[in-house]
Design a protein around this ligand. Sequence first.
Ligand code: DX5
Ligand code: ZN
Length: 226
Amino acid sequence: MTVPLPIVAPSILAADFARLADEVRAIEDTADWVHVDVMDNHFVPNLTIGLPVVQSLRAATRLPFDVHLMIEDPRRWAPGYADAGAYNVTFHAEACADPVALAKELRSAGAKAGLAIDRDTPIEPYLDLLPSFDTLLIMTIKAGFGGQRFIPNLLDKVRTARRHVNAGHLELRIEVDGGIAVDTIAEAAEAGADAFVAGTAVFGADDPAEAVRRLRSLAQCAAPRA
Ligand code: DX5
Ligand code: ZN
């Protein structure tokens, strides 16, 4: 089993919101993507940022935006993030009646399409939809808040997805999100993840750029090779 080179996507949820542009620039040379957690106080209890912040921040960095929509009714809102220049727009399977239709819309708006699977959602019903997607985000916590403890059992979903992706020769990133840090990233990489969201572990560190480098090298060392 082989996986592509790892992507590290720091989540600005753990950054200082009063200094967002500076926080993003601090990881500009080491991160692959910037992960933007959009929460609407309905799909999850928390409320974070939305489209205006993404539009403003887009001009402040050349890093691709990995937008993670934890919102109801993504069909209504997701295409706006693609129009705002997001590289990848991920919405939750639990919030969408027709994920394939929305993936098509996102792709035709010029973005990659991502499907997110929350803690209590099984992966099996979604495996056949994966050819319509570019990213599969598997939560390793319950979506809603940063700083939670990583749940190792959820990596079974990553293993299942990795087998499916490799067997079908799908071009799809398998991304993990929640509690990813120096003590958990290797385990997630071994399971077959190849994109890693990290909030607290990056923006809570004294040197966020160095934290990204360290996470990437740990993921790379642990990645399965044929
Ligand atoms: C939580 C968000 C995560 C969060 C990760 O629902 O989707 O992206 O920011 O934060 P940490 O890395 O602190 O668990
Ligand atoms: Zn996220």
